[in-house]
Design a protein around this ligand. Structure first.
Ligand SMILES: Nc1nc2c(c(=O)[nH]1)N[C@H]1C(S)=C(S)[C@@H](COP(=O)(O)O)O[C@H]1N2
Ligand SMILES: [Mo]
Length: 322
């Protein structure tokens, strides 16, 4: 994968400055309100496609996770996404709903482990001992944010299933790489598919690190990363990899998708949220709340410092916030 000069994505990302986001969101909100007006007919609010066929899930609500703001409405979250496999813009929802086939879904867990596993997503869900609902905040590096009632389980439960060796230092994750399910893969060959992300074993073991299989009481929508995606609420959103097919326990630090694309210049490995460390092309001091368009101050570690700051003690020489 060679990027010789300023690649396309740089221009695309550059357009995602707050002004562009604001304008996008205005039309989004308008669409949502319009759909609401006819929503009572048949109960389909907005994207009927996006709502179709997702089974309700069994879970217990974990009330340890409280929000300082409203929940983002489901339809807003389902229809405003980053999922480059379906296109490098925010309106991939219908495409993903039509073409991503989240079941059956085989998952491989391999690498430096005593008990490697290959299993179906529903078998994995059956083996982690119950699902919980957590209200989390999400902060995209493009300076917008949302909140979501995720359903899932801590990453640590997956770690426990395979019993990693002491030599495992990182957990590497990979998204599906199937051009039949996602046309953006074939039509954007300059991107380094598959989407890859990685976290340290200490991050994987932190209670906040969450594997998501549902949201809003149901299986998670295709556009949001069905059937299983990561969520790390203290990091920029690109770390939260969607539609995972492979988990590998490895010794070497994985190079993540955006790190590779930007050659480490704009997106690094750690990507912890910090309002005082600007992106190369825009400020990270504030964020636009997705459905209200309110500009609010961004918080260090996206407000989760108490739970995660200790993970980075003594690492001040590294680019923890890029
Ligand atoms: N496989 C994959 N995972 C991905 C992305 C992507 O393009 N492909 N985008 C990331 C980014 S930049 C963000 S902000 C979140 C968006 O999640 P959402 O669409 O559920 O809001 O997914 C992340 N995970
Ligand atoms: Mo993002």
């Amino acid at each position: 994968m060679l990027i010789k000069s300023i690649p396309n994505w740089a221009i695309k990302e550059g357009q995602e400055t707050p002004e562009a986001i604001y304008l996008n969101r205005r039309s989004l909100i308008k669409g949502f309100a319009g759909a609401l007006a006819v929503g009572s007919v048949g109960g389909n609010i907005g994207g009927a496609l996006a709502q179709a066929g997702r089974a309700p899930m069994d879970f217990t609500h974990n009330d340890a996770f409280v929000l300082d703001r409203e929940l983002t409405p489901e339809d807003v979250n389902i229809r405003y996404n980053n999922f480059y496999e379906f296109g490098s813009h925010k309106r991939i929802s219908d495409n993903a709903e039509r073409n991503l086939k989240p079941r059956p879904w085989q998952i491989e867990i391999d690498g430096l482990v005593n008990k490697p596993l290959t299993l179906d997503v529903d078998e994995l869900i059956g083996r982690v001992g119950g699902l919980e609902e957590r209200l989390y905040r999400h902060r995209c590096v493009e300076a917008w944010s949302m909140t979501v009632p995720w359903i899932g389980f801590p990453v640590q439960k997956l770690v426990d299933l395979v019993d990693p060796l002491g030599s495992a230092k990182y957990l590497r994750m990979e998204t599906f790489n199937d051009g039949e399910m996602a046309d953006g893969i074939g039509s954007q060959p300059w991107y380094p598919w598959p989407y890859v992300e990685g976290i340290t074993m200490a991050e994987a073991s932190n209670d906040l690190a969450f594997l998501v299989v549902g949201a809003y009481g149901k299986q998670v929508a295709n556009s949001m990363g069905a059937p299983i995606r990561l969520h790390l609420p203290w990091k920029y959103g690109f770390k939260s990899i969607k539609s995972i097919v492979k988990f590998s326990f490895v010794e070497e630090r994985p190079v993540s998708y955006w790190e590779e694309i930007s050659k480490g210049r704009e997106y690094g490995f750690w990507a912890n949220v910090n309002p005082e460390v600007p992106h190369k092309r825009w400020s990270q001091a504030n964020e636009t709340v997705l459905h209200t368009q309110e500009r609010v101050p961004t918080l260090l570690y996206n407000g989760y410092g108490e739970q995660v700051a200790h993970l980075y003690a003594g690492m001040e020489d590294q680019d923890l916030f890029v």
